[in-house]
Design a protein around this ligand. Structure first.
Ligand code: NAD
Length: 473
């Protein structure tokens, strides 16, 4: 753990495993309530000094962290592959994406503008000022164990806030590596603090109830996000919530089915389907269903599951046994209720894969509303295809979910692209585009997928309060 500028050790540790091999790759301190309180006290003490620095000074520290992260990209990526399982190339991409947030918010730090507002009284002036919300508590997930940290830490620091972060228990080593970088570039003691713990609940409780925490930012499941938002409500703490998704991917029959299927194969199996913006329901217009399924099956059969450190690996393991069980349950339920299984549909056990949590990339068609996979986020390597007939029908089906994070549309008809962009109740929409994400673009969900946005100009707003001054002169 890292509290008040110091690395904390303890005899109380918990192990960290490689999900591809089952090997223990390290251990971190198992922190508790007192550690969380101590970290919050350090962040509170560091707040006046950090927020009083000029934006230019805060910006230069973030820019230095960006440089250092890029210099350490190969080592960080390797650690991520061993701890989280994604193929090394994907881990390298994630480190680049994570570093982007440091640079983006180094720049945005200098653009926190206020305003003056004309008054109807000649003796009055209105001045609107933006100031940091204060101490920020952050909780992050394991699926993107570096970028989900910088997406919160960078805007918070840019705004002048101080931070206490609890990473996911499956990927604390990546968090330690990020904090090493922040330490090395001279972020002052107490400005950023890291509390690791095997049981997240006591730390979450302190974060939500400690009076010095002014803002809670969370990325993870909708169920946990709701719990934390409720616990933070009595003190009306500011909350940002980046939660689960159930993305529709709609392919109209005016699109090239081969091109669309290749797009689905790329985005669906990225990170073994463990992404909040992973397509979960693939709606294909009936006329092009056959060529679409053929191409998707071919692509799936080419995927190579294995240890991400092996250059031939294109798809890594799931995070743990519970994830394998959840995916398998959804697949079995769909097949029992009449879905057709074209590929996969089982845990992978051959060639040493039994040591890790591998599930075969899976293709299902004939998925319908009775099946679990139609309603639940899968978070695994299963492409679930549903045929549709017309635009109104597919829009209604796509929006028929309590989630509202990402959606994708493939069409060559401009009017239809605009209509679906406007009609889909989701926060991020890719039109003929499978990667609508960037540090420069607002990321976040509607409905039960969350509150607030990360990245972009909006990202720093989440860490700022608006203060009005009325001056009688
Ligand atoms: P999770 O909610 O189980 O865990 C997320 C984090 O919350 C972890 O750090 C965990 O330790 C912590 N946590 C769990 N219970 C807690 C409690 N009682 N108090 C405090 N902290 C607690 O989710 P997960 O399985 O790690 O991640 C997968 C989920 O995250 C998916 O639903 C996915 O869609 C979502 N996600 C969303 C985004 C986004 O930006 N919207 C990004 C990545 C992941």
């Amino acid at each position: 753990m890292y509290i008040n500028g110091e690395w904390i050790t303890s005899p109380q540790m918990f192990p960290v495993f490689n999900p591809a091999t089952g090997e223990q790759i390290g251990a971190v301190v198992d922190g508790g309530r007192e550690d969380a309180s101590r970290a919050i006290a350090a962040a509170r003490a560091a707040l006046p000094g950090w927020s009083a620095l000029t934006a230019y000074e805060r910006s230069s520290r973030l820019a230095a962290a960006h440089q250092r992260m890029m210099a350490r990209r190969p080592q960080l990526a390797e650690l991520m592959t061993r701890e989280q399982g994604k193929p090394l190339k994907a881990a390298l991409n994630e480190v680049g994406y994570a570093a982007d947030f440091l640079l983006w918010f180094a720049e945005e730090a200098k653009r926190v503008y206020g305003q003056t507002i004309p008054s109807s009284r000649s003796d009055q002036r209105f001045l609107v000022h933006r100031q940091p919300v204060g101490v920020v508590a952050a909780v992050t997930p394991w699926n993107y164990p570096v970028s989900m940290l910088t997406r919160k830490i960078a805007p918070a620091l840019a705004a002048g806030c101080t931070v206490v972060l609890k990473p996911a228990e499956a990927t604390p080593l990546c968090a330690v590596a990020v904090f090493e970088i922040l330490h090395e570039v001279g972020i002052p003691a107490g400005v950023v603090n890291l509390v690791t713990a095997l049981d997240p609940a006591p730390i979450g409780e302190v974060f939500c109830t400690h009076p010095e925490v002014r803002k809670l930012t969370f990325t993870g499941s909708t169920a946990v996000g709701k719990k934390l938002a409720q616990a933070a409500a009595p003190q009306l703490k500011r909350v940002s919530m980046e939660l689960g998704g159930h993305a529709p991917f709609i392919v109209f029959d005016d699109a090239d089915p081969v091109h669309a299927a290749r797009g689905v194969a790329l985005v669906k199996f990225l990170n073994t389907g463990q992404a909040c913006i992973s397509p979960n329901r693939i709606f294909v217009q009936r006329k092009i269903l056959a060529p679409f399924l053929d191409t998707l099956r071919e692509r799936i059969e080419k995927l190579r599951a294995g240890d991400g450190m092996d250059a031939a690996t294109t798809i890594g393991p799931l995070v743990n046994q519970a994830a394998v069980d959840k995916v398998d349950r959804q697949v079995r339920n769909a097949v029992e209720l009449g879905a057709t299984l074209h590929a996969g549909g089982r845990r992978l056990l051959e060639n040493g894969l039994d040591r890790g949590f591998f599930y075969a990339p899976t293709l299902l068609s004939g998925v319908d509303t009775r099946m679990l996979i139609y309603r639940e986020e899968t978070f695994g390597p299963v492409a679930a295809v549903i045929a549709f007939d017309d635009e109104d029908e597919v829009l209604a089906m796509a929006n028929d979910t309590s989630y509202g994070l990402a959606a994708y549309v493939y069409t060559r008809n401009l009017s239809r692209a605009v209509r679906t962009f406007e009609g889909l109740q989701f926060g991020i929409i890719g039109i003929n585009d499978i990667n609508p994400t960037s540090a420069a673009a607002p990321f976040g969900g509607m409905k039960e997928s969350g509150l607030g946005r990360e990245g972009a100009r909006e990202g720093i707003e989440e860490y700022l309060e608006t203060k009005l001054g009325g001056f009688s002169i």
